[in-house]
Design a protein. Sequence first.
Length: 588
Amino acid sequence: MSPASRAARLVAREERGPAAPPRDARADARSDPTLAAALEGWRIEGRARVAAHWREFQDLLSVVEPLIEAGRHGDAAAAAQVAANHAVLWHPGIFASGELERLLRRLGAAALSAPRPAPLPDTGRGRLRVLHVASQVGAIGGHSRMIRRWIARDGENTHSLALTRQIEPVPAPLAETVARAGGGLHRVNRRLGGLIAWARELQTHLGDADLVVLHVHNMDVVPFLALGGLERSPPTILLNHGDHLFWIGAESADVVASSRRSGHALSATRRGIAPERNLLLPLCLEAAPERQLSRSEAKRRLGLPDDATVILSVARALKFRPIAGASFADAFVPVLREHPRAHLVAVGPGGTENWSAAMSAVPGRIHAFAERPDTATFLEAADVYVDSFPFASITSLSEAGLAGLPLLTHHAFGPAAAVAGADSLGLDDVLLRTETLADFRDQLRRLLADADLREAVGRRTRAHIEAVNMGPGWADDLASVYGRVLDLPRRRDAPASSRLGPSLHFDDIDVFAPFLFGTAGQGATAADRRALSTEFVLKIAPMRWRLRHLAGLAWRRQLRTRSPLRIWRYLVPEWLTCRWRSRRPGGA
């Protein structure tokens, strides 16, 4: 396919509107009045919470500029990191902040002014040097696997990986993939110092890159300090993997690449991303491994009857949090009672969520396991896959679909909160979506009752995901994204009218966010919220800033993540912890 054809296909995909949105969340009242009442309460209480978070965020931002003017660059970086933490942890009614990004650019220019990178090669023929930048990578979750698959699939270019906040050893499969791609693995937070020193280290790698892909955490300021200090930054793609939360980068990245239409739409309406810079890129997936066990044998390995009909769900524990006292498992009880051979198996919530009421209602038929990286046996045992709720898990849905399972998801939060539900390129045409609890149970009953239907839906699901998220289809889309970012003027040259201004919102997605995505069980008061946002910065801040804030938090008994006997650990800087842990066997 020619570059022109790829570009045309990409533009056509972007111009297609999202699938018909679910109806208003209030419509679920007939089948789930408890949830409907909870959502109405969220609309009221959420306004007050979001407004308070907005004021707190503005207060935290207000201290950054005076520190820059005083030349206290390390303190300014720490203060900016506190503000960014706060906006991600406690939704402030905005999804991007032009003011925070302006301050990061100004701080980067003041503390890290660096010459422009070398001229770009002739990208029409040359091999690109692609630098992927991530905050942390781990063995669990789709984030790290997306990076590994991207690098492995794009064999025409050289790929390196820079990590800004990696503490634990890098997973061996990812490190090996980077090595095979001809690039380097750089852990910038091994460098003595903190945010400013790490941004300076990152600049050396940015200067060697023809193209940069940001996979960073939503609140990570290091890449944007580094970019702010460059006279001319390399073409930069920001992967919109945390599309449901506030993030940094709208003013720094040349293009934003989203894998979900809901996230793509939110980037336009709430982050100010211009159409020509707002792209879609499917998740990069890999084929499911060859089946090792029959379905009945896999069930026996898990301690299930070999004739059981297994409903599977896999996600991190936080994605199964209860709503209004109702657990994820409660929704299945009526269906399990009607289908005595059906079993619910959930990987992730074991040991963290209390499903005792549902388990008592259908003894021996609900099984909760702790989080684990290897879920192959569970997928081989499953007959139906159900998405986590209230927080969707796109990667798990995709992997279950590639295993040939029918996929069922429930979205009860209405069209204004579409990004809180499950959608993804490759899934959109095959995912079974429900908007009411009654419809969810009916769809589940249909799948449990008809093995042929399960088989047919599963085959179609797998074929569609493979066509969009793997092989030539995905490679063509990636080439189109590369071509777009290389052809566009750099983001700093964009007209001033595109700059973000403050705009507090109280849409459903805003007022629901504190309850769906907020830090559960913490942040009851403004002082608690500020304390937690600050505590996460202690190990990376300058020593005087660290001592002053640590003393204040300890005196007020506001430290949340360490016991009083372990406060001394905050005096050990992150760079030292990083070096020490990397020396353990297998550390990289």
